[in-house]
Design a protein around this ligand. Structure first.
Ligand code: NCD
Length: 312
């Protein structure tokens, strides 16, 4: 079957059809060799990727840079708006228009939901949302699905627990929406009552054939799942630090809890204290593999968007 990828921008996973996701999963596995062997191809030779990171990032920014360089392209940009003219009062729109003039695609991370969408409406080059506040983080979801496919072997019929900050964690918002495109997925939503999954996402997934349940403790579900997807409590999104301190450390996964279980542990990282260090050297640890998978998946994304863009 010949698959096609329809999207010009990657703003929200809600814009995807299952086929778009499958296209990128296939492309990423074709690019594994280059990513793993640390070779450089010439697919995007002469192309420039613009990185506009208004919020901190380690993995997302570095893996976009690595992906672009392995495809033979180069990157320009900034990683905190203090080092750009935004700090002098330049509008985001003007900054983006200027970047458009220099680059073949833009990657944007911002603390406000909707900023990538706004920029995609005013520039002609492809725009990739690398996280917008507590909104979406679609490219993280694509590499999460790639990891699940590689490690578990399937996404249909998956049983997965999303644990931690389901209210502010954008990775779990995008992932829930994406899983709704697959068949017969069961999601256990494990969080303190204050950090439950937003109603809007519950509403979205209730329209799919996902089955979900909200629970308070990991013990209730640990024997039923193939994936524990653990998240950080998003300290920076709390209006009152006291509220954060009350919840901090609510769920901690350690080696003892996992013994004898048939599951993997994923985490978009950075972790604070949600996964004890003693899990790192066990077969359950797939969070570093997941981080490494960012490179082939983001190579697939860049190659597809930049080559598909008729203006290139
Ligand atoms: C996540 C993010 O920025 O949303 N990190 C990432 O991109 N790998 C998760 C987080 O910050 O907790």
């Amino acid at each position: 079957m010949i698959r096609i990828f329809r999207l010009k921008n990657i703003i929200s996973i809600k814009d995807f059809e299952r086929e778009d996701i499958e296209y990128l999963l296939d492309e990423a596995s074709k690019l594994e060799n280059i990513a793993k062997s640390k070779e450089v191809s010439e697919e995007l030779k002469g192309k420039l990727l613009g990185l506009m990171f208004f919020e901190p990032s380690t993995r997302t920014k570095m893996s976009f840079e690595t992906a672009m360089k392995r495809l033979g392209g180069e990157c320009i940009g900034f990683e905190n708006s203090g080092s750009s003219s935004v700090s002098k009062g330049e509008s985001i729109a003007d900054t983006a228009k200027m970047f458009e003039g220099y680059s073949d695609a833009l990657v944007i991370r911002h603390e406000l939901e909707g900023v990538s969408k706004f920029i995609s409406d005013i520039v002609d080059v492809p725009v990739i949302n690398a996280g917008d506040g507590a909104g979406q983080h679609p490219t993280q979801t694509l590499l999460d699905l790639y990891t699940i496919k590689n490690e578990i072997g399937y996404i249909d019929n998956l049983k997965i627990a999303l644990i931690g900050d389901l209210k502010f964690g954008r990775t779990v918002h995008s992932l829930s929406n994406a899983l709704g495109l697959f068949d017969n997925v069961k999601i256990y939503l494990v969080s303190p009552p204050e950090l439950r999954m937003p109603q809007e996402i519950l509403h979205d997934i209730s329209k799919t054939n996902i089955k979900y349940v909200e629970v308070d403790s990991i013990e209730e579900i640990i024997d039923d799942v193939e994936v524990l997807y653990v998240t950080r409590i998003q300290k920076e999104r709390f209006a009152d630090i006291e509220d954060y301190l009350k919840i901090k450390g609510a769920y901690i996964i350690n080696k003892k809890m996992l013994e004898g279980k048939d599951l993997i542990v994923m985490h978009p990282l950075p972790r604070i204290d949600e996964i004890a260090d003693d899990v790192d050297n066990t077969k359950y640890n797939k969070y570093f593999t997941q981080a490494a998978n960012a490179v082939p998946m983001r190579m697939a994304i860049l190659k597809t968007l930049i080559k598909n863009n008729p203006k290139q």
